[in-house]
Ligand binder design. Sequence first.
Ligand code: C5P
Length: 221
Amino acid sequence: MDGPSGTGKSTVSRRLAVACDAAYLDTGAMYRALTLAVLRAGLDGEAPGSTEVALDAVAAVRSVTDPRAPALLLGDEDVEPEIRGPQVTRAVSAVSALAEVRAALVERQRQLIATAVDESGGIVVEGRDIGSVVVPDAPLKVYLTASDEIRAARRAAQDRKAGRDSDPGTVLADVRRRDRLDSTRKVSPLHAASDALVLDTDGLSVDAVLERLLELVAERG
Ligand code: C5P
């Protein structure tokens, strides 16, 4: 499941995993955890030294792939909800554009995915480059889209629900800024894999998206 932020990717990916009795991996949370480590070192993703700090953190990132209780640990520390806060959100695109960091994290993701498939029989993986880079032979690739305004409204609602301050104008600007950075970076830019099914979620409820996804899963056997 790929696509920009605010498309409902996380919600539908988790629910799809539960419905299919599969594991679930949020790769965005992994980039966010690396970003937190970089910020804690007093860096920002662009400053020299950011790559080294982020690479050290790759070894410490642990993803719990149970869709009913997903979690992201840095060492033994549960770093939710800190990784969802504005500082991490501002810096994450810079960290995720670091080529060596991506290479190391993608390797980690592939190992996790292989283990989860062995243990659970399947996995729903969400991110920006899953169909295009991480798992190019995935049996089903979906790219979720929605208009900027709808995505910003969803993000703002999510922030408010989590008790974070949220100004719709600022969220819209942030959504656009991250889209631009994520889709223009040199390494693994955000784009739909050529064999991905593109699903526009404007005007679709989470239930409707999930229903469509379950049909697609059933079609692939
Ligand atoms: O999905 P989420 O909004 O939490 O992702 C945070 C950021 O992590 C994205 O804006 C993008 O910069 C980066 N990311 C990525 N590749 C992925 C997942 C996320 O570059 N597979």
